[in-house]
Design a protein around this ligand. Structure first.
Ligand code: GLU
Length: 280
């Protein structure tokens, strides 16, 4: 049985790109889980959660089982971080808040590939940790030694991938104001909800090497991956709020029929003015 998931972040209203992703996950899975990625206190808003349910209902995309909310699973993430810490695989990082903020505004969690390693190898200083805001980073070099090789994964069509060493860095796994990062929460959630096929946009392919590494370290099952094409405007612009990407709510208000839209998305056919691209 194939179990997929749709995992929107409640940081705004859903648009056509989200609808495509949800439809792809529904179509590829015998069961589809729904997860609310509301870990980031700076960006998630409760008021955007109910509209996610409303939009999916309008599309006729049903999920299976309980809705999982990341903000309610912090203990689970904390325990995994403790386990990695006990094994010497993470270290506290005191780089400035703005450095850390910059890393975290990377689209979906910085895989750490550009972190210069400033705090790696500092002697542990519990007093400093108690008094100074810090994050926890994965020691990627040690992690790779422990798992004995570069992470690999297989796409749904059977294509095998091996991560490049350069794609893997000392990713942030937790920070003071958010006890987990996207990468750590994502692998634990996928495993705990029995996801066997991770369906998501090809813009998230860059997250797969670090997530596979975390799965190997934590002994989690290996899912397959379907990194799907991205919906853009006809001229190739990404759907973003500043470009006035129409929300699903706006389409609904204009009288678009959600179920018909979902059917055509499932057939890879987009409304006029939009197209699908394979990001490079
Ligand atoms: N929450 C992420 C987003 O809204 C998706 C994460 C994932 O599918 O792994 O883009």
């Amino acid at each position: 049985m194939i179990v997929t998931r749709f995992a929107p972040s409640p940081s705004g209203r859903l648009h056509l790109g989200h609808a495509y992703s949800a439809v792809m996950a529904r179509k590829a899975g015998d069961k589809m889980r729904l997860r609310i990625d509301d870990l980031d206190p700076g960006r998630s808003r409760d008021e955007f959660i109910q509209p996610i349910f409303d939009d999916l209902k309008w599309l006729g995309v049903a999920h299976d089982g309980e809705v999982l909310r990341e903000s309610q699973r912090l203990d689970r993430y904390d325990d995994a971080l403790d386990e990695l810490a006990a094994r010497g695989l993470v270290y506290p990082c005191f780089c400035t808040r703005s450095d850390i903020a910059a890393a975290l505004t990377a689209p979906h969690g910085d895989p750490g590939a550009h972190y210069p390693g400033t705090c790696r190898g500092l002697p542990d200083n519990p007093d400093r940790r108690a008094s100074t805001p810090h994050s926890w980073r994965l020691d990627a070099a040690r992690a790779l030694l422990e798992v004995g090789g570069l992470p690999q994964w297989v796409e749904r069509d059977g294509t095998p991938f091996t991560a490049n060493q350069g794609d893997l860095g000392d990713a942030i796994l937790a920070r003071k104001d958010a006890p987990s990062s996207y990468h750590l929460a994502c692998v634990l959630d996928d495993a705990d909800s029995g996801v066997t096929l991770v369906v998501r946009g090809a813009d998230l392919r860059q997250s797969t090497p670090i997530q596979r590494l975390l799965q190997m370290l934590l002994g989690l099952p290996e899912p397959r991956y379907l990194h799907h094409r991205l919906v853009t405007f006809d001229d190739g612009r990404r759907l973003a709020k500043r470009d006035k990407a129409p929300t699903l709510q706006a389409m609904r208000d204009e009288g678009v029929d959600g179920v018909t839209l979902a059917k055509s998305l499932a057939d890879q056919s987009l409304p006029l003015g939009f197209r699908l691209i394979e990001p490079t």
